[in-house]
Structure formats: structure tokens, C-alpha cells
Design a protein around this ligand. Structure first.
Ligand code: FEO
Length: 406
């Protein structure tokens, strides 16, 4: 994809990644891909805002060369040090050794640690401006959105906020780079939630602080470093991020994530009855076999829905390992304040619930109900499972109603 002009003198020069399987070595993007959006400001002084991972390096420099000679770049603005935005820094430094790297105070040492670069690194302070000619860049410190050194860059004439990870999403760009050209906004919104839950959620308090801090700035365009550029309705992605960040403090939206694992189909059989009971209430429901579906997708559901049902057998006197793994990741990511119910089978002795309760204490999830059975579920147990699902869903829905009314 060639460079794309966003507004006068400002161009997208990003890289689309369709070959990385695991973002951060953890989160699957084989199907969805991701973009590393980089931006070139071609004024009297030339500035590149955020770079790209070190893939398709030739393509990246070819794209710059469509607009300016890469050796003529005056400024390299690094909003964030993570290598998905700085991977080509050493190459750019060789091509344009005179270019000044502008970064936050905390990024300076990190540039040395990651790339051994110390020359021509200039720290900028919160609110500081750099005049490029007609256009002016202003820098805002937004720590921990995503790392401690993170900042954002605002171009004052065109009112474009280069927000780096904030307001980003998984999903390579598919021809359209702007929200108003995209025919599948739902895809990017869904991928933005998964990206938020995987990458940003842990720092939700800082996301809210950053949104509050930037609320007085007249932003016309949100240009993140992953996913679509929002020029028609930037408030869509700002409001979504604000809503998701607030889910760190409250249970989330009414609905149920049903997680299950099964060895020989007994817990799965009960899961079907539980799901039947839930569906009778009209509650929204997402079901995941935790042994088969990657935690990346599960986290998005857990983050946004207020209720969780866990169906897992006892395995060697403990919780089924793949379920324990998902809950461990949820602990690490700070998924809190959910209502939860547990069901599961055991062969000769229980034990799953005992381990689960330890994890729930760390998660601050509130246990509402349990249903444990030996071996395969009888007709009576299946009927109990349906009622168990129905009652839990009603409680989740009424809990949300009373929280709203309260
Ligand atoms: Fe897209 Fe935190 O890097």
C-alpha cells in the first residue's frame, strides 16, 4: 500500500503485518494481522512520528521516499519505545544520522538499553512544542498507556492526535485506513476490544487519566499506531476506550462468559444444559472451550461481561489445568469484580473448587453458586444444570438492573 495523505503535509507511511502469528509473542493475530502506523510530516522540517517493527524494512523506507528523501529527516518522534514502533530505529539512524530523536524523559535510557543510541536524543517535556514550519507538534506525557515512557503527539494546525497504542486495535488495514472508508467498522471495534483487554486493560486507570488530560484539546483526528485512523467520528473510539477503562472498576455490561473444559464430555454435557438455562433469560452469552480457544479471545469477553460461569472437572485433585491457566492470566490482567458460578465433574474426589476459590480471592470475583457431580451427569443433574444457568443469568441481569437503578 503506498503512502496515504491524511491532511496537508501529513502522511500515513505505516506497515501492514500479515505474517506475525503472535503479537508480543503471546496474542494470536494470524487471522487478523496488525498494522504499525507511522506518520510523516513534510513541512520545512521533516518529522516521522513513531516507526514500525523491523519487518518489511525496504517497504517502509520506500514509502518515506515517495514523499521525502529519508536521509533528509530532521526529527524522529518516539511516542513509545516498544519495538513494534521502534524496530527500524537503528536503520533510520544510519540513513539519517543528523535526525534528532525526540522522546519523553523516561524513554531516553530505554533508547540506549534497546538500541545503544545516545547521540542526538532530545528529551521533551509535557506540553512542549516543536515548530516544523507551518505546522507545530505538541507533546503530552501519558505514562503507562502503554509503558511508563509513553507520550502522545498533537499537531495543532490539523488537530491530529498521534496517540500510539491508545485507541489502537488489532487488524491489519484492508485498503481503507480511515473510519469513513471502512466498510467493516464492527471488525475493528471487536479487535480494539481484544487489543484493549490483552495489552492496555492492566493500565486502565492511566487510560482514564490520559483521556481526562486530553479532553481540553480540540482533536479532529485520532491517528493511533495500530488500526484505523478515526477522522469522521473520533469520539467512537475515545468513548469505547473510556467505557472499557471504566470496566476495571465495575463488573462490566450485563452478560455471561461461559468458560468450560472437558476431558470425556461429562462437564460439556452439563455445560449444554447450563447454556440452555441462560439462553431462556435472554442474557447475552459467549461460550469458550478454554483448552481450544486462545486466552486472547477469552479476555475480551471476560473484560466486558459482568458474569462468568466456570465449568471444569477436577484433575489430579486440582482445577483442570487449562482453566487454571486462563484464570491466572485474568489475575495478571486485573480482570476484577465479576459475579461467578462454578460447575464440574470429578472421578473419585473433588478438589477443583478448592483451587478455584484461591484464584477467585485474587480476582475479587464473587461466587454465587456451585454444582458439582461425580462421573457423568444424570437426567436429574442435567435438569439442575439448566436451573443453575437460568438462576445465575437472572441474578446477573437483575444485579445489573439494580446497579443501574441505584
Ligand atoms: Fe504497540 Fe505498546 O506497543
Amino acid at each position: 500500500m503506498p503512502a496515504v495523505e491524511i491532511r496537508n503535509k501529513i502522511h500515513w507511511i505505516g506497515v501492514n503485518d500479515h505474517t506475525t502469528d503472535l503479537f508480543e509473542g503471546l496474542w494470536p493475530i494470524t487471522q487478523e494481522g496488525v498494522s504499525y502506523n507511522s506518520y510523516l510530516v513534510n513541512d520545512q522540517k521533516k518529522a516521522i512520528i513513531d516507526l514500525a517493527k523491523s519487518i518489511k524494512v525496504d517497504e517502509f523506507f520506500k514509502r518515506i521516499a515517495e514523499i521525502v528523501n529519508p536521509s533528509q529527516v530532521d526529527y524522529i518522534i518516539l511516542n513509545h519505545m516498544e519495538p513494534d514502533h521502534t524496530g527500524v530505529l537503528r536503520v533510520l539512524r544510519k540513513i539519517a544520522p543528523q535526525a534528532k530523536i525526540l522522546c519523553s524523559p523516561k524513554a531516553k535510557d530505554m533508547i540506549q538499553a534497546f538500541y545503544g543510541i545516545t547521540d542526538q536524543v532530545q528529551v521533551v517535556q509535557d506540553g512542549e512544542e516543536v515548530q516544523l514550519g507551518e505546522l507545530t507538534l505538541q507533546f503530552f506525557m501519558t505514562p503507562f498507556v502503554h509503558w511508563p515512557e509513553t507520550m502522545m503527539t498533537f499537531e495543532k494546525i490539523n488537530r491530529i492526535l498521534f496517540s500510539c497504542d491508545a485507541f489502537g486495535s488489532y487488524g491489519a488495514l484492508r485498503g481503507a485506513i480511515f473510519d469513513d472508508e471502512c466498510t467493516d467498522l464492527e471488525f475493528y471495534q471487536k479487535q480494539a476490544l481484544r487489543y484493549y483487554a490483552n495489552i492496555v486493560a492492566k493500565f486502565s486507570a492511566q487510560v482514564l487519566k490520559a483521556i481526562e488530560k486530553l479532553s481540553g484539546i480540540p482533536v479532529d483526528i485520532i491517528a493511533p499506531s495500530h488500526g484505523l485512523i478515526w477522522r469522521k467520528n473520533p469520539s467512537i473510539i475515545i468513548d469505547l476506550y473510556k467505557k472499557w477503562a471504566e470496566y476495571a472498576k465495575i463488573p462490566g455490561e450485563p452478560g455471561i462468559t461461559l468458560l468450560y473444559a472437558t476431558m470425556y464430555g461429562n462437564t460439556e454435557a452439563l455445560m449444554d444444559s447450563v447454556a440452555q438455562g441462560i439462553s431462556q433469560t435472554g442474557s447475552s452469552l459467549e461460550i469458550f472451550d478454554v483448552s481450544r480457544i486462545h486466552t486472547s479471545y477469552i479476555l475480551a469477553s471476560l473484560w466486558s461481561k459482568s458474569g462468568v460461569i466456570i465449568g471444569a472437572p477436577t484433575y489430579e485433585n486440582e482445577l483442570f489445568p487449562s482453566m487454571a491457566h486462563v484464570l491466572d492470566i485474568a489475575i495478571r490482567k486485573g480482570v476484577q469484580h465479576k459475579k461467578v458460578a462454578y460447575f464440574g465433574s470429578y472421578g473419585w474426589a473433588g478438589g477443583a473448587l478448592r483451587e478455584l476459590e484461591k484464584q477467585l480471592a485474587l480476582l475479587k470475583w464473587q461466587m454465587a453458586d456451585t454444582l458439582v457431580f461425580q462421573g457423568g451427569p444424570s437426567q436429574e443433574v442435567l435438569a439442575q444444570g439448566k436451573e443453575f444457568g437460568r438462576k445465575f443469568a437472572e441474578m446477573v441481569l437483575s444485579g445489573m438492573n439494580s446497579e443501574k437503578n441505584g
